[in-house]
Write a protein that binds this ligand. Structure first.
Ligand code: MRU
Length: 346
């Protein structure tokens, strides 16, 4: 059996140390690798909103630790923790992992009768969510590698790597797995306008791991796919509806259309915590609209005249029919549909 992935190439994306949440500040990469420490719920909320920590699984883990920061361990009341969870739930709307993790924290608050152990129980639950995510990513890596074992060149969008999770990532986990097994594999990364998660983050973490990576502008993906160079496209997800429709970073949907047109397999990698079985299909997924400045004033330089309107949805929805397989920690869902998704998760 293939060996599991072992060494990590980058520092911890997030850690709970001495009662504080320490995050790699992803807004500063790749220029500098620095941490940002959150000591309060408001600081955690702000870090999630500003994308200091981002990527669906990492948002969920950060929010879980954020609940523990409601007040000093001996002073916080049950209501303080519940208020913290409610406040953190307003930080970003699309990634369901945020609400999934906060629901787990709320369940611990409800289930703990003895207030003197409430803080300890909450830290334990957040740590469990964090540890489980590491395992899920490893297993996604192993399961996804079975689809990429013949691939030499893979295209991805945004960042669904170690920086977006506890470790290894979702879409990048199979690539790390193949690389560690000695397979020659090269990644093409869409830069991912407007916040450049592909150019800044995916290229950074793959470079740290010694995996060859080429960054392209988003609009180049069509001609690259047409050239026949790309063997597979693999992306992450922020929320997957019961029928297999997938919300992910804006630009994922056109990539799926292009991949289908050029007969290149299109894979989505995500843990079971990213599924939202309460939504029948992708039309109900709330799509975050971010600020005008991200598009109109990148790096503080005005690139759009003030009178022009700007659209800045952070995510789009890819219909299940365009997805060749969803990869989870449990296995594969080929040609996903409602029946297969339900069976896979039950
Ligand atoms: O706005 P972001 O950077 O949080 O968007 C992240 C993505 O779209 C990722 O592809 C998704 O969260 C999966 S991360 C494993």
């Amino acid at each position: 059996m293939a060996k599991h992935m072992s060494k990590r190439h980058t520092p911890e994306t997030l850690a709970f140390t001495d009662g504080k949440l320490v995050l790699i500040d992803q807004t500063r990469l790749p220029q500098e690798l620095v941490n940002l420490t959150c000591s309060t719920v408001n600081e955690t909320h702000d870090a999630i909103k500003r994308l200091v920590v981002r990527g669906a699984p990492a948002i969920g883990i950060a929010a879980a630790y954020g609940v523990c920061l409601a007040a000093a361990p001996t002073q916080a009341s049950r209501q303080d923790y519940l208020d913290a969870a409610d406040h953190l739930a307003t930080s970003r709307p699309t990634a369901v992992n945020l609400f999934w993790a906060l629901d787990r924290m709320k369940a611990v608050i409800e289930a703990t009768d003895d207030d003197s152990v409430l803080h300890e129980n909450l830290v334990n639950e957040a740590t469990k969510i964090h540890d489980e995510d590491r395992e899920m990513c490893k297993n996604i890596g192993r399961n996804g590698a079975s689809l990429l074992c013949e691939s030499k060149c893979v295209l991805t969008h945004c960042n669904a790597g170690g920086l977006a999770t506890s470790m290894w990532g979702t879409a990048l986990a199979p690539i790390y797995h193949c690389h560690q097994q000695g397979q020659t594999i090269e990644v093409f990364a869409d830069e991912t306008r407007p916040l450049l998660q592909g150019g800044r983050l995916t290229a950074w973490e793959l470079s740290q791991a010694g995996i060859p990576v080429t960054v392209l502008t988003d609009s180049m993906a069509g001609s690259l796919l047409r050239s026949g160079k790309i063997d597979a496209v693999i992306v992450g997800a922020d929320r997957i509806a019961a029928n297999g429709d997938v919300a992910n970073k804006i630009g994922t949907y056109p990539l799926a259309v292009l991949a289908r047109h050029h007969s290149v397999p299109f894979y989505v990698a995500a843990p079971s915590s990213t599924f939202d079985l309460n939504l029948a299909d992708g039309s109900g997924i709330p799509i975050e609209e971010r600020s005008r400045d991200e598009v109109a004033e990148p790096h503080g330089i005005c690139v759009v005249p003030p009178d022009a309107n700007v659209m800045n949805p952070a995510f789009d929805v890819t219909p299940a029919a365009l997805i060749d397989s969803i990869i989870t920690e449990r296995g594969l869902i080929p040609q996903p549909n409602r029946t297969k998704v339900t069976a896979h998760l039950s």
